[in-house]
Structures are given as structure tokens and as C-alpha cells.
Design a binder for this molecule. Structure first.
Ligand code: SF4
Ligand code: SF4
Length: 385
């Protein structure tokens, strides 16, 4: 495993880090966490909401007896997962709006994780101005976090966000605490936040690039990806995507959502091959840009599932994934077949025409996707597919 220094901390962080959003079940999770630690992965990112509250429990069990080998972070937010400020909900980690609630939330995560000290606590889902302003108000979220840090509950404070570069930079500048790490989405299909990454690098803030495989989109096994990856001297698109991230100037680590041991092995093997040359990175970006030229990058679902349950029973991320792929010539035929099979299996879940445009999913979507518009467009595509 390769490691990076994070200037504002005394950490050596593994270039492949472990996102705990996609665990399968307890046994698999514990096995995978232990395999990752054995392979040198030392940075773990978890949230109360992940796995409907199971991820913190599984991570706690996975690191038991190995605490000195890992950097463990936890997080919560005044937001609701999307752009707005949320209602107090300790189970999900959202709507944490007072210093007292923040303190209880930090202690709650520590207890579930089974640790008496966290390495970092994060201002999670900082996706908009109302969340930021609520978070830094007197007696609010950050006051509680700063007090807990002063009392030694953790060493550093981070921020996670899906905002655009200009907003991320403003939040860093206006925050009452200079964040030590910033976690933001960055990948070959969404390579837009280079300005924020460069700004963090300038200030010695570590950058955790989340969503390196674009919500699994880059993990698909399709011939066109194989061809593009080969052109870049890589064995797979997963390898190309991870090596691209760690080659981005200013990016510290690639935070990959891991489910199976195979993901650990593939990820560590890719990272060990090192960064890609700049001209190779540029070629990859250009080839992927061309491949995805038929869709707007602002309409790509990252499969994060923050939108929660649709009252009409529509499986939002699943439908949006097929919607995306139907618009991409290289993926359209597979998507048509997949759609046919899924409609037979679960006609309600795969029926975008049932969307009433209530927009409750849009309020929670960190990527600010116009889901109801996309559902209407998907219904149209379904008719033609
Ligand atoms: S906007 Fe449509 S997809 Fe979203 S929750 Fe409402 S009905 Fe479901
Ligand atoms: S619609 Fe938005 S919140 Fe839901 S999975 Fe996609 S990106 Fe995440």
C-alpha cells in the first residue's frame, strides 16, 4: 500500500481508503474490514445513516483489537442530507443543530464504534449555505464539535460536501475552524472540483476524493471501458479510475465504497501501480468525456441513496441508473435488456411514470438532481425502449 502525508495532521493515510456505505451484511463487513487493514488500508469513513444504522456497528466490530492500525472518523450534520437544514434525528445523523445535540451525537457514534477516541469528526453533507450558516451559528453544531475537540474526543475536524468549488472554498475561508480534511466527489466522469482541490492543497488541507467510480458507473464490465483502460495502460477501468484520482495534484486519497474482499484486492493492486502520467490522465478524461457526451454530468445519480424511500415505491437510484445508461450508446442495449427483466420482476419499482413530482427526494439529494424531471424523461424513454 502507498501512503500520503496530510500536512495539517500527523497522519500517513493509505491512498486507498475505505468507505463504509456499501456493506452487505455483518459477517462480510467484518471480514472485508479486516482484509483491508491487513492489506494496509488505514482510513475509514462512516456515518450514522449508512446501512440504515448498521455501518457504524459493523465498523466497530471490524476494527476491534486493531484500533491502533486505523484512522477512524465519524460525522453528522445540521442538514437533511441535501441542501436544507434538517429535523433533529440522531439515528440518521441529520438535523444536529445545537452544540448539545452535536455532543450527544459524537458520543453516540463513539459508543457504537466502541472507541474512546476518534481521529477526526466531520461536518457532514455541507451542501448549501443554509446548512453552513446553521452549523456555524453561536451555540450550534460547530460549537459542540469544537468543544469536544478541545476536550480531546478527537484530534481533527473535517468537512464533507457535494458543493461546487467556489462554495467549498468559501466554506473553508468562512469556517470558525480551518478544516484539516475535505471530502468531495471527484472522478473521471465528474472531474470538476479541481479548483477546490488545488485550494485545499495550497492550505495544507487533505483531500479525500469520494465516489471515485462514479456510483459504480465506472465499475461496469463493458468492452468500451476495457478499450479505454487498455489505451491508458491499465487492466480495467476501475484501475484507471483509482490511479487517475491519486494522480490528481492535490488529491490525497481515493475513498472507495467497499463491499467485498475483491474490491479490496482490486483497489490495492491498482493503487500499487502508482499514478498515471499527466498526458494519460488527459487522454482518459477526453475519452470518457466523449463517451458521456450524450448526457449532462449534472444529471448523473451517484447511487448514494440519501433520497430515501419514494412514497410511490419507485426505486429511485435503480431507475436513474437505467435512465442514464439508455442515453449512452455504448450501454443502451444492455440497459434495455436489464430494464425488461426488472419491469417483469418489480413493475412498480421500475415505473417512473408513477412519479407525482412531490420532490421530497430532490430535497435530500446532495447532487441536487432534478429527479422529478428525470423521472418524466425516463418514462418517455421507457416507452421507446
Ligand atoms: S419526486 Fe417522484 S421520485 Fe421523487 S419521491 Fe416524489 S414521487 Fe418519488
Ligand atoms: S437521486 Fe440523488 S440522493 Fe438519490 S441516489 Fe441519486 S444522487 Fe443519491
Amino acid at each position: 500500500m502507498m501512503y500520503r502525508n496530510v500536512p495539517k495532521t500527523n497522519w500517513r493515510v493509505s491512498e486507498l481508503s475505505f468507505g463504509c456505505m456499501r456493506f452487505k451484511d455483518e459477517d462480510t463487513a467484518i471480514e472485508v474490514i479486516r482484509k483491508a487493514i491487513e492489506s494496509g488500508v488505514n482510513y475509514f469513513d462512516v456515518a450514522p445513516l449508512y446501512g440504515n444504522g448498521t455501518a457504524e456497528v459493523y465498523l466497530g466490530k471490524g476494527i476491534r483489537g486493531l484500533r491502533d492500525k486505523v484512522i477512524v472518523t465519524a460525522k453528522s450534520s445540521p442538514g437533511n442530507g441535501g441542501e436544507d437544514v434538517g429535523e433533529y434525528n440522531p439515528e440518521t445523523g441529520f438535523g444536529i443543530r445545537t452544540a448539545d445535540q452535536a455532543r450527544r451525537q459524537i458520543e453516540r457514534s463513539m459508543k457504537i464504534l466502541g472507541v474512546d477516541h476518534l481521529d477526526m469528526y466531520q461536518f457532514w453533507a455541507l451542501h448549501g449555505d443554509s446548512i453552513f450558516e446553521d452549523g456555524i451559528k453561536r451555540g450550534g453544531f460547530m460549537d459542540g464539535v469544537l468543544k469536544a475537540k478541545d476536550e480531546g474526543l478527537f484530534d481533527y475536524i473535517g468537512m464533507t460536501t457535494h458543493s461546487h468549488s467556489a462554495d467549498i472554498i468559501r466554506y473553508i475561508k468562512d469556517s470558525p475552524y480551518e478544516f484539516d480534511m475535505v471530502t468531495l466527489p471527484f472522478n473521471l466522469i465528474h472531474p470538476e472540483r479541481t479548483e477546490a482541490i488545488a485550494y485545499c492543497a495550497e492550505r495544507g488541507i487533505g483531500v479525500v476524493a469520494m465516489n471515485p467510480l462514479a456510483g459504480g458507473q465506472l465499475a461496469k464490465s463493458v468492452p468500451i471501458y476495457q478499450k479505454i483502460a487498455s489505451n491508458a495502460g491499465c487492466d480495467s477501468m476501475i484501475e484507471a479510475a483509482l490511479r487517475f484520482i491519486i494522480g490528481q495534484p492535490g488529491a490525497t486519497v481515493a475513498l472507495n465504497g467497499i463491499t467485498y474482499i475483491d474490491h479490496v484486492l482490486q483497489g490495492t493492486a491498482a493503487i500499487e501501480k502508482g499514478t498515471l502520467e499527466m498526458d494519460t490522465q488527459a487522454r482518459l478524461l477526453s475519452e470518457l468525456g466523449e463517451l458521456y457526451s450524450t448526457i449532462s454530468p449534472d444529471r448523473l445519480c451517484s447511487q448514494c441513496r440519501y433520497c430515501g424511500k419514494c412514497p410511490e415505491g419507485i426505486l429511485i437510484p435503480e431507475v436513474l441508473e437505467i435512465y442514464t445508461n439508455l442515453q449512452l450508446p455504448a450501454f443502451a442495449e444492455d440497459a434495455r435488456q436489464h430494464l425488461g427483466a426488472m419491469i417483469k420482476l418489480d413493475p412498480e419499482g421500475y415505473d417512473p411514470a408513477a412519479c407525482t413530482a412531490c420532490r421530497q427526494c430532490e430535497e435530500k439529494c446532495p447532487n441536487k438532481l432534478p429527479v422529478s424531471e428525470m423521472m418524466a424523461a425516463a418514462a418517455e424513454l421507457w416507452r421507446m425502449a
